[in-house]
Ligand binder design. Structure first.
Ligand code: CMP
Length: 139
């Protein structure tokens, strides 16, 4: 099914100059970039984006890290885009990520794990408008 999903290239990967390498993996896998935007999130904005994790013990670390430097938000489109992006990313903890995945190749820790990706089409439909107005997305 043709879907859209949100990817965020996190501050660790941006500072390591991995934007091009990561976008290339999406494109090589057949996912199309239909929106792309760079921004440094405030702690408040990071907290709003990750509000489902508000009660988690890692929440404070997560929002400090996500607001520590520039991030790149990307809307990806393609067949089964949500699952395809998750397969490309690998497990949340890079130590557990399969070889050849973005997190296995580029991430250092569960906090600095290079990328975020929507975990379901329902969450993609919430996460994409956090960064993009519909007019910002191309067809
Ligand atoms: P992400 O996919 O962006 O979603 C929430 C983030 O919280 C996750 O990636 C990790 O970077 C971070 N995190 C830190 N500790 C944990 C944990 N124990 N379980 C899940 N996510 C964690």
């Amino acid at each position: 099914m043709l879907e859209r999903t949100l990817s965020i290239i996190k501050p660790d990967a941006v500072s390591k100059k991995l934007i091009g390498s990561i976008v290339s993996r999406f494109e090589t896998a057949g996912l199309k970039v239909v929106g792309i935007k760079m921004q440094t999130l405030s702690k408040e904005e990071a907290g709003q984006f990750y509000s489902v994790h508000r009660e988690q013990p890692f929440f404070e670390n997560l929002i400090s890290f996500m607001s520590s430097g520039p991030t790149v938000a990307i809307t990806l489109e393609g067949e089964d885009a949500v699952a395809k992006n998750r397969a490309l990313m690998g497990a949340t903890d890079p130590q557990k990520a399969d070889q050849g995945t973005i997190r296995a190749d580029f991430a250092e820790s569960i906090d600095a794990n290079a990328v975020h990706g929507s975990d379901s089409p329902e969450n993609a439909a919430i996460e994409i408008p956090f960064f993009f107005r519909s007019l910002d997305l191309c067809f």
